[in-house]
Design a protein around this ligand. Structure first.
Ligand SMILES: Cc1ncc(COP(=O)(O)O)c(C=O)c1O
Length: 355
């Protein structure tokens, strides 16, 4: 018996955040030793923070609920109201975090144009840093993102990271790295997470994206910064109590879910090759990790992505629309190579193309 369209299993390519905890994570959560983490007494969180500091090569780490909170707490902990942050114009921090750094931190976010790899031209930085003048905000912080979500999961090379951070440091700025998917960057580039994090003063990473844990992100940096971040976390209501029950899944994620990111990257390349065959404007050479962004044909419809998203949903393939001219597909632990092939088969069968 063949399933009709509505009965076909969904292939969820919206995000790597949709993954469900593995049986090993659920078991670890069940057995987790816990305590009151606001009193610093949760042994599972302490262990996770120690492992996060070790893997990023930083002195200390702090567990928070989400990538958004990790960025917010990091940025607020390194700025004062009235300061200025330099950040890429396609950065998650400016596009998808509800303007938190400005609203809650009183920090002006000035954007530099992102280049295709997710970095920006280091030569633009000196001109963007304000002179010491009472009329102007103080430019104190620069933020990078690696891998870069809205540039299509791109990896900023270690050399580029070093160059950009070096210019910023020479000008007296601190450097934050939104490393929500830094493990993907490490696996794709062959550099360790610590190497990629070294140019930054603060780095965040997420456990609940490619690593498959249900909740949680880490902020890592030196002891003084993490002590300040702990205060800021409290300020924004992010102190959690027996949260070791969540952190336990994060420990399993670090232990068991890193090496398999290679599979997500291979599946994304497979999907990209198929999309290219269906006529989509995607280049398998440019898909370095688990995110694919396809630019759609706008010659007959200037905003085609919502319609395409709806058509894909009808055949049981879920995607997101980063804007009204693009769709985004993300591979993750809960989609297999066979699921990717099936998604492409359904698209071919339904004659779904880029415009
Ligand atoms: C690069 C980047 N930073 C931060 C976040 C925020 O993470 P969260 O959804 O856990 O708040 C995301 C989420 O997709 C992201 O892609």
């Amino acid at each position: 018996m063949t399933l009709n369209q509505s009965e076909r299993p969904l292939i969820d390519l919206r995000s790597d955040t949709v993954t469900k905890p593995t049986p090993a994570m659920r078991q670890a959560m069940y057995e987790a030793e816990v305590g009151d983490d606001v009193f610093g007494e949760d042994p599972t969180i302490i262990k996770l923070e120690q492992q996060a500091a070790a893997v990023t090569g930083k002195e200390a780490a702090l567990y928070v609920s989400s990538g958004t909170m990790a960025n917010l707490v990091s940025l607020l902990s390194q700025t004062r109201a009235g300061d200025e942050l330099l950040v890429g114009d396609r950065a998650h921090i400016v596009r998808s975090e509800a303007g938190g750094v400005s609203r809650l931190g009183g920090v002006l976010a000035t954007t530099l144009p992102n280049q295709p790899d997710g970095g920006f031209d280091p030569e633009l930085i000196p001109g963007a840093v304000r002179p010491d003048d009472m009329h102007q905000p103080r430019t104190t912080l620069l933020a990078l993102e690696n891998t870069h979500n809205f540039c299509g999961g791109t990896v900023i090379s270690l050399e580029r990271m070093q160059e950009i951070a070096g210019v910023a440091h020479d000008l007296g700025l601190r450097v934050h790295l939104d490393g929500a998917r830094i493990f993907n960057a490490a696996v794709a580039s062959g550099h360790s997470v610590a190497e990629l994090a070294a140019p930054a003063d603060s780095v965040t990473f997420c456990l609940s994206k490619g690593l498959g844990a249900p909740v949680g992100s880490l902020i890592c940096g030196d002891e003084a910064f993490i002590a300040q971040a702990r205060r800021t976390r409290k300020l924004v209501g992010g102190g959690m109590r027996q949260a070791g029950i969540l952190a336990a899944a994060g420990l399993v994620a670090l232990d068991q879910m890193v090496d398999r990111l290679h599979d997500d990257h291979a599946n994304a390349r497979q999907l990209t090759r198929g999309l290219a065959e269906l006529g989509f404007d995607v280049n398998p050479e440019r898909v370095e990790t688990n995110i694919i962004i396809a630019q759609l044909d706008t010659s007959s419809d200037p905003a085609p992505s919502p319609k395409l998203q709806a058509e894909l949903k009808r055949i049981g393939v879920l995607v997101t629309t980063p804007d009204r001219t693009k769709i985004r597909l993300v591979t993750h632990a809960d989609v297999t190579s066979e699921d990717c092939a099936e998604a492409l088969r359904r698209m071919a069968e339904a004659e779904i193309g880029p415009g």
